[in-house]
Design a protein around this ligand. Structure first.
Ligand code: ZN
Ligand code: ZN
Length: 350
């Protein structure tokens, strides 16, 4: 990620009354461009910023467009001395209680805050959108190739290894999360454990997978049929697809996350499966697979242009099977644009 560190830090600074110590590594990466396992950045309300990391990342950090100070391996312990006597905001949803106590013991006054950088990250800039378009395009190619694969008789685990290979063949060796392939009754679990069990004929197989491009994730789900389906599964697929379209149609700037969720949920409830759709309709996607904003019944977020969110209703029928259909969607000034465009017609695989 190149990103424009200056612009991002300035936007964050405008939200601050006190200096914010950013300790989320994803937030540090987004603000400064440093991908590491150990770093922090202190952003001052006037827009000044200092990046702290240890020897292992010093060379990378030194090349970035932000002031850098090398610390000991224990960054927070080191900062408890450097920042002694100062009052700072901390990322209360990230910093551990132990690390906070360490800062306070060193004489740093800490005030908990939450989600400041995440709120900014939720709105993607042009470069981020271009990168995520690329990640979504790789997903499209993988799902297209997957339709040519043998499913029946192959284990779910073997299929997920093949998915990993397909992502590499189509341009990204890095998955955004362990791919899920869940067949028959295993598909009735939204986050199924992949089994070492052959995929049966005449059922549904839910495949949820994604890759990373320059740190940015893709996330897409399609559900395949291994032959003729029992009537209930065939109907569940149709209802899920209709619900997904209703959700997509609702996405747009100014729309409440809970209202978009309701648009899809109503379709599933009308089919009698309200209880069988037990998760939210969508989540933001970016440097993290799950980030702001949320699209679910209890969401207080409002969608806005630049958000990249999933739209993924599911219907889970215990003992029988499940279906989920998921696209990555960019919220635009005029409405929305699907970033994953692979067909949602029910694909029959061998
Ligand atoms: Zn997914
Ligand atoms: Zn998702």
């Amino acid at each position: 990620m190149a990103g424009d560190a200056g612009v991002r830090i300035e936007r964050l600074a405008a939200l601050l009354d006190e200096p914010l110590l950013v300790t989320s590594l994803v937030n540090v990466r987004w603000l400064t461009g440093l991908a590491s396992s150990n770093a922090a950045v202190l952003v001052e309300p006037d827009g000044d910023a200092t990046l702290f990391t240890d020897f292992r990342y010093a060379q990378k950090a030194g090349k970035l467009d932000v002031r850098f100070e090398q610390t000991a391996r224990a960054v927070v312990a080191d900062l408890s001395t450097r920042l002694a006597g100062r009052t700072i905001w901390i990322e209360a949803h990230v910093l551990t209680v132990a690390a906070n106590e360490q800062l306070r013991a060193g004489g740093v006054e800490t005030i908990p805050q939450q989600g400041l950088v995440e709120r900014l990250r939720a709105i993607k800039d042009e470069a981020e959108i271009a990168t995520m378009r690329g990640a979504a395009a790789i997903s499209d190619k993988v799902f297209e190739a997957l339709a040519e694969e043998q499913f029946t008789g192959r284990t779910e685990r073997d299929l997920t290894w093949r998915i990993r290979e397909l992502f590499k063949e189509h341009g990204s060796p890095e998955l955004s999360f362990d791919a899920i392939a869940a067949s028959a009754e295993n598909g009735a679990s939204p986050h199924a454990d992949v089994l070492d069990r052959p995929i049966p004929a005449n059922t549904l197989v839910t495949v949820d997978a994604g890759c990373r491009v320059d740190g940015y994730a893709s996330d897409c789900t399609r559900t395949f049929a291994t032959g003729d389906l029992p009537d209930e599964l065939a109907r569940a697929y149709e209802v899920c697809l209709e619900a997904q379209q209703a959700g997509l149609d609702a996405y747009g700037p100014g729309v409440g996350g809970r209202d978009a969720d309701a648009a899809a949920r109503e379709v599933i409830a009308a089919a009698g499966w309200a209880e069988e759709f037990g998760h939210g309709l969508g989540h933001g996607i970016g440097l993290e697979v799950h980030e702001a904003p949320t699209v679910r019944p209890e969401s207080t977020d409002e969608l806005c242009a630049g958000n990249v969110v999933s739209c993924e209703p599911g219907i889970y029928l215990p003992g029988l099977g499940g279906v989920r259909i998921e696209d990555m969607v960019l919220v635009t000034d005029g409405g929305r644009e699907r970033l994953t465009t692979h067909t949602k017609d029910l694909i029959r695989v061998s």
